[in-house]
Design a binder for this molecule. Structure first.
Ligand SMILES: Nc1nc2c(ncn2[C@@H]2O[C@H](COP(=O)(O)OP(=O)(O)O)[C@@H](O)[C@H]2O)c(=O)[nH]1
Ligand SMILES: [Mg+2]
Length: 456
């Protein structure tokens, strides 16, 4: 599955920058790079020496044209990112020098890397497991210090070691069951059976502990989904803008201005909020607005918390009841907006907390942020002794492992023969193996690494 090509890619983001880095990995990395990189005349290039850096120029070997002034870093296998020979060329961070250097490297025998291919090689060469490979992308994508810390812990092996411990435990349980298969005269129904049942119960609770970190992980990675809803003109878009401290959504006195769902990220007290401003919910014959209303209802459905905005300067409206109705089943905060104007709205009869704000003056916005943080704390961030959290892929595998362990437990209590128990234990072992990549398919790798950036 591991091909022998030498690969290259621009590892820095496109656009202008102080430097741009091209990374090359594979058996021929040094040979390929040496064809296009000429060290300063009085310096002898000694690429045989690992972890050295060389000053010189990228040159077109066909014409002798100087493409760019550059530094070349040589890192020889195995102490490298991919465990292969790796060369990095630092050029100027412009589109043209990087593109021309890439063309020269490809002409010299390297191949453009696929997204995530360097990290994929680090996995296939056994330097990191799949959970750690995923953490690399989590680090790059992290938007808060909390999510960064979680990703770092995951890269350092925090989650991997938990999974490994469960697998070890499962292996010894499996060994004892298989001993029962090999020596059927030995009695595994009494003491061994009881011990096995205890083992399985502990394994199950270990799997559940990992599963319980999923919601926190989703909030870390995707943000706490916060939907702003309400009838037209109550100040939903103004609220989004006030929270972001920028004019992101169009605000006008014309009801029905926001027709689509607008999504933005905001760091509140270290937690990432994914705030969605929606079209006002009301009866309408305008087709575009109808679609907007349909999307608003969808946003409510997907929200972790719904901010229902009411206009404090007007009496409560038929459409306000409709919105309050739509969020009955959800966690919500009722926001009475326009507190800078005389209050006309009667206090709504709801369970949810009510907070008065003015998007015009900013009054009450801090209270609102506190209330949202409190909701996150209550719902998702149960007591934790670690920062990492499982993702959707891990969750699917853990659910499978849990189902297998439950079946194995039932077989033990039901006194079924060891063969049956062994089948389910092996199933659980395979599911846990999928998480760290002890077992994997090309399909799984493709799904994980296709999501990576080029050059990582
Ligand atoms: N006085 C006052 N007007 C506001 C406040 N928030 C919004 N508005 C006004 O209410 C109107 C509708 O605001 P908008 O944010 O577009 O409402 P949306 O339809 O719910 O998105 C605009 O004219 C805003 O300037 C506020 O806190 N105080
Ligand atoms: Mg709006």
């Amino acid at each position: 599955m591991l091909d022998q090509d030498t690969i290259c890619a621009v590892s820095t983001p496109p656009g202008e920058g102080g430097i741009g880095i091209i990374r090359i990995s594979g058996n021929d990395a040094v040979a390929v790079a040496s064809k296009v990189f000429k060290p300063r005349a009085d310096k002898q290039l000694t690429p045989e020496e690992s972890h050295t850096i060389h000053y010189g120029h990228v040159m077109d070997p066909a014409t002798g044209d100087v493409v760019d002034e550059a530094l070349m870093t040589v890192m020889k296998s195995p102490a490298t990112y991919t465990r292969e020979d790796v060369v990095e060329i630092n050029c100027h961070g412009g589109m043209i020098p990087l593109r021309r250097t890439m063309e020269l490297l490809i002409a010299a025998g390297a191949r453009q890397a696929e997204p995530g291919e360097f990290t994929k090689r680090a996995f296939l060469n056994g330097r990191i497991d799949l959970v750690q490979a995923e953490a690399v992308m989590d680090i790059i994508r992290s938007r808060t210090e909390l999510s960064h810390r979680a990703a770092n812990e995951q890269l350092l092996g925090g989650l991997s070691s938990e999974v490994a411990a469960l697998r070890d435990r499962l292996l010894s349980a499996l060994a004892s069951v298989e001993a029962g298969i090999d020596f059927p005269e030995e009695d595994i129904e009494t003491d061994t059976g009881r011990l096995l049942a205890e083992d399985l119960a502990e394994l199950l609770s270990g799997v559940e502990k990992l599963l319980s970190s999923f919601i926190y992980g989703r909030i870390l990675r995707d943000g706490f989904a916060t939907a702003i809803v309400g009838r037209p003109n109550v100040g939903k878009s103004s609220l989004l803008n006030a929270l972001l401290k920028q004019d992101r959504a169009i605000v006008t006195p014309v009801p029905g201005t926001t027709r689509d769902v607008i999504e933005e990220y905001l760091n509140v007290g270290g937690m990432l909020l994914r705030i969605v401003d929606t079209a006002g919910i009301r009866e309408t014959h305008d087709m575009v607005e109808q679609e907007g209303v349909r999307r608003s209802l969808g946003a409510i459905e997907n929200a972790d918390v719904v901010l229902v905005v009411l206009d404090g300067s007007e009496p409560i409206h038929e459409s306000d009841y409709r919105v309050l109705d739509a969020v009955k089943e959800k966690k919500g905060i009722v926001i009475v907006n326009k507190s800078d104007l005389p209050r006309t709205l009667e206090r709504p009869d709801v369970q949810a907390p009510i907070i008065a704000v003015s998007c015009r003056t900013g009054e009450g916005l801090d209270d609102l942020k506190h209330a949202i943080l409190e909701m996150i704390q209550q719902g998702a961030v149960a007591a934790r002794d670690h920062a990492w959290a499982v993702n959707q892929r891990h969750r699917t595998a853990l659910e499978q492992a849990k189902a297998s362990l439950q079946k194995a437990s039932e077989s033990v209590t039901g006194g079924l023969s060891p063969e049956f128990i062994a089948v389910d234990l092996r199933g659980a072992l395979d599911s846990l193996g999928l998480i760290i990549g002890a077992t994997y398919t090309e399909d799984i790798l493709e799904r994980i690494f296709n999501d990576f950036c080029i050059g990582k």
